[in-house]
Design a protein around this ligand. Structure first.
Ligand SMILES: Cc1ncc(COP(=O)(O)O)c(C=O)c1O
Length: 308
């Protein structure tokens, strides 16, 4: 389905979150079909060869593509405002795919010390074994990020707000810093989701997701994604994904696709409840400190209100 209505008007994000998908099947189903298949019947040996070589469009094998997964990718890209998206088996598979696709021995990465623990271990420890050097900096200290930049810096990777303390960093400032030094900025947007924050609108190059969290929203399946330009998805992520197999299962894609339909409503309701709860906790005599970016007492409250 196109992102415009029949008279050419752009559809709202909330509409795309419900409607955007690959073409309906011949049965005209209202809810997107769940294509549980590992392979696809090919029209001819020649057509199959062209598809496998990437010269023609068309599905060949489950590790290289699936229509239900494509629907999830199209919908999340529309919500994030990126040209394309690549789904992965989990959030950590998304981090893995990004690093495998973009980094090589000798490259340097800067990440915040407040990032999700597995992200810190995967990049800081596992990729170190392959010669990728990482500097870990305080999340909100822009001067520390700047001081860490060096000629081999290829990637700045931030999570904002962080899990679980809700520290917020300035996406635009980090994007400017990355681009001024020939590097890319990736943002883990797992906690905010595109309903509350769209990092590419502030200069980020890659938006990473754990779909396991709010995108599904009901604790059912693991999922992940990288949203980026069409060129980056096609030329960097796809070749690695095709050969490494960290793919999202069609069933999980379908579940998260359904989750995206209610994402807007859920995020707004959750945020309203969270703010009410945070205010109540802040006024409670037994509570020492409350970490919530929506509270005026949060150290990055003003920044959070500006970029979220
Ligand atoms: C902020 C953040 N990023 C990434 C991940 C990893 O995602 P997954 O558990 O889907 O691999 C998590 C998981 O809790 C997370 O909270």
């Amino acid at each position: 389905m196109a992102s415009r209505d029949p008279s050419g008007h752009a559809l709202h994000r909330e509409t795309l979150a419900v409607r955007l998908s690959v073409e309906r099947s011949q049965y005209g189903e209202n809810s997107e079909a769940l294509y549980l298949t590992s392979g696809y019947v090919q029209p001819s040996a020649e057509a199959s060869a062209r598809r496998f070589a990437g010269e023609d469009e068309g599905y060949t094998y489950g590790r290289t593509g699936n229509p239900t997964v494509t629907s999830f990718e199209q919908r999340l890209a529309a919500l994030e405002g990126t040209e394309a998206c690549m789904a992965t088996a989990s959030g950590m598979a998304a981090v893995m795919l990004m690093c495998f696709s973009l980094l090589k021995a000798g490259d340097h990465v800067i990440i915040s010390q407040s990032m999700f623990g597995s992200t810190l271990k995967l990049i800081g420890t596992e990729f170190a074994r392959f010669g990728v050097d990482t500097t870990v900096v305080p999340q909100t200290d822009l001067a520390a990020w700047r001081a860490a930049v060096r000629p081999g810096t290829r990637l700045l990777f931030a999570e904002t707000p962080t899990n679980p303390l809700g520290e917020v960093c300035d996406i635009q400032a980090l994007a400017d810093m990355a681009h001024g030094n020939g590097a890319l900025l990736a943002v883990d947007n797992c906690f905010a989701t595109p309903v509350l924050q769209r990092p590419v609108e502030r200069g980020a190059d890659i938006v990473m997701h754990s779909g396991t969290k709010y995108l599904d929203g009901q604790g059912r399946v693991m999922a992940g994604a990288l949203c980026a330009s069409a060129a980056m998805v096609r030329d960097k992520f796809l070749p690695v994904q095709k050969n490494s197999g960290m793919v999202l299962s069609p069933f999980n894609a379908w579940v998260v696709l359904k989750g995206l339909e209610t994402l807007d409503l859920r995020m707004k309701a959750q945020s309203a409840q969270a703010l009410a709860l945070a205010r109540w906790l802040e006024s409670h005599p037994a509570v020492g400190r409350v970490y919530y970016p929506g509270l005026a007492s949060h150290p990055q409250h003003e920044l959070a209100m500006r970029q979220m």
